[in-house]
Design a protein around this ligand. Structure first.
Ligand SMILES: [Zn+2]
Length: 375
């Protein structure tokens, strides 16, 4: 029933519409037009755009009424994000000679993350319509700014959605694999303020902020802390002439953990080391901690997992429930009271120039979504 050529062509078309985070307008307009021409109720979620004003679009929501025997069934949300990482402008996709993959020309990412998910949803709708298949009411949710902090999914206007369960088409691993847990995520930014002084004439009157930062870093547990917890420093900036004792050093780091207690402990540890070092040298520490993700781990009796596992059992797919330290829109939807899991979209090597779409897997993933919405 799946029209393979059409699904692949749809994917090729989508990746050629630029939509780096905050610039989702092109894809949003494409989807608004595509689904309204089919006669569906289509809205742009203005509230999400008000909460994320730096984007030039809001989430796009499409309502597809239920049909036949399943018209009264519970609404199912199918979800994918519209934005991509950089470098993602001017993507030139091609199919490899062996016909197995879609790749970029190597100067940009491909954008299978997450245009593969969008192309899946478009194909699923086309198959349902052409074959007049029975299905529950469906809502398609296309979000903004996933890659920069899951902003669209957190900001979604839940008044616009009926559905209480969602399948986020933005994972990997092929049919049967689902992401059922995600991390706590802390963003720590700040600065160490020392004291400027002439490095040659009066170094003893200065406090070197870079020295304080180095001491703190040297005493920090970093990278993989335990099975659940990681920490990384992404930014340390201190830029002065060499004859000046550097007054200010700014920094940014993250702590993430699947285990809330371990995450909190690690957060306290890194802040503690920053404080110890600043005290030791008589400097000042200013910092901010933002928790942008809250850990979730769906239990086996969660309705969305139940529904997914039943489908797997019917079709002899081996179910694998994974917890992931990476963030997905699942975190944002779960936060908003929608039970969600992430399913495979068909891409691999996301966020790299070597990103590619595994064509067979992409098509099998469409099939599993069709089963989910027709049985
Ligand atoms: Zn993604």
């Amino acid at each position: 029933m799946i029209n393979k050529a059409r699904a692949i062509n749809q994917f090729l078309e989508l990746v050629q519409i630029d939509s780096v985070s905050y610039n989702e307008r092109g894809v949003a307009d494409y989807l608004l037009k595509y689904f309204s021409e089919l006669g569906y109720e289509v809205v742009e979620d203005k509230k999400s755009n008000e909460k994320v004003p730096s984007s030039n679009a809001g989430n796009v929501i499409v309502k597809v009424p239920g049909k036949g025997a399943l018209v009264q069934a519970d609404t199912i949300i199918l979800e994918a994000h519209m934005d991509t990482v950089e470098p993602g402008v001017g993507v030139k996709p091609s199919i490899t000679e062996d016909g197995k993959y879609v790749v970029s020309d190597g100067t940009t990412i491909l954008g299978a993350d997450d245009k593969a998910g969008i192309a899946q949803i478009i194909e699923v709708e086309a198959v349902l319509r052409e074959n007049k298949l029975d299905h529950p009411p469906l809502e398609f949710l296309f979000t903004i700014c996933e890659e920069v902090g899951i902003y669209g999914a957190f900001a979604v206007d839940t008044d616009l959605l009926e559905g209480k369960i969602a399948f986020v088409l933005d994972g990997g691993g092929g049919p049967g694999t689902a992401v059922i847990g995600g991390p706590d995520y802390y963003d720590i930014t700040g600065r160490i303020i020392g004291k400027a002084s002439h490095a040659g004439a009066a170094p003893d009157l200065g406090i070197s902020s870079i020295q304080v930062m180095s001491e703190a870093i040297a005493n920090m547990k970093l990278l993989k802390i335990d099975e659940d917890t990681t920490t990384n420093i992404g930014k340390v900036v201190c830029d002065y002439p060499t004859n000046v004792v550097p007054e200010i050093t700014t920094f940014a780091m993250e702590v993430r953990s699947l285990n809330p207690e371990s995450g909190k402990k690690q957060l306290e540890h890194v802040i503690g080391e920053l404080k110890k070092a600043t005290t030791k040298f008589g400097a000042t520490l200013e910092y901010d901690v933002t928790q942008s993700l809250h850990a979730y781990h769906h239990q086996e009796d969660n309705p969305v997992i139940q529904k997914y596992r039943k489908m797997c059992a019917r079709h002899n797919l081996e179910y694998k429930g994974k917890v992931m330290r990476g963030g997905t829109d699942v975190s944002g939807l779960t936060f908003n009271g929608i039970d969600a899991i992430a399913l495979s979209a068909g891409g691999e090597n996301g966020h790299e120039l070597q990103e590619r779409l595994i064509i067979d897997e992409f098509l099998e993933d469409i099939q599993q979504v069709l089963w989910l919405v027709t049985e």
